[in-house]
Design a protein. Sequence first.
Length: 374
Amino acid sequence: MRFSDIHGMEDIKHQLVKSAAAGKIAHAQLFSGRPGAPNLPMALAYATYLNCESPTESDACGECAACTKNNKFIHPDLHFVFPVSGTKSVKSKDAISQVFLKEWRTFLQKTPNGTLEQWAAEYGGENKQVNISKEESRQIIRNLTLKAFEGKYKIMLIWLPEFFHPFAANGILKILEEPPENTVFLLVSNESERLLGTILSRTQMVQIRKHSPDEITQILSADSTIDPARIRQAARICDGDVNEAYRLLDKLDGDQHHTYVEWVRLCYDRSKMDELVRMAEDFHRSSKIEQKTLFQYGLNIMRECMITFHAPELSRSGEDEKSFLTKFSKLLSVTQVEEISARYNEALFHLERNGSPKMTFLDTSLQIMKIFHP
């Protein structure tokens, strides 16, 4: 993984390269970003750059022996720690990162910005509680007491340190604060607020933002077989999450806009409750991602309404959407748009926590009715 493999984020790449070139390499760095942000790819690219034998002014060379090994995630001075659980073939007490390195490398090759759920599916730990165990902290200390084999730096990359067992987290505090010479910790977190304060205070934060819609569009457009209209729609709805964008591409179709328009019209026309109930039943039978997509699409429409209010020339909507937005925005005030957006976010919150899809849909519909007709 190199910086050139990551779309955009030029400011962050420049910051990392500049500090490394100046020899200002913090011994413990926390790559923090919300789910979907490329904090793991960025940490992997940084690790490659640190041990590259012929780095350029902006990236690792990609050709030296160190880069070749890092590209396969087999460099002997790049150590990995990540959440795991027991599986059918591995007892929980024996589950540490080293046991699953083969699966981990496959996971990184296939989905370097993958989710915890995707990782669990890769190694066979679905529906199991994952953590980074006490034994793992002992393994970290053992690995880092050895001198570097080939590279200038020994690098310990810890993915999702928020899953540290409390005893494991406390077990690495000393080595995190005073690591052996030329040792660099790279912690990659999606929820840094869950980390112990004693870990946060020992690390230098590298904040990784999510991708912009333009960056998502560029990433998806690499596949010329995908309809550009679907790409634009997925890029707007996915909230900067590349994984979500690819999932949306599998679900989005030309009916997405029409489904949303039909729903809004039913909410506006209070005389058609029976049709709204039937729509709720259809919604309940749909897949979870289709359910989430409806509300995510609604949030995008609300954002476009705001743009229509204040700067219509900035709108990126398709022709069908623009026609709808021109009429729809005339019915709403800024306050109503904000209230509807809040209801969509609440609906997504309940779906994420396995709330009843039918009840969530109906409750949201009734609340939107009240917003339309206060």
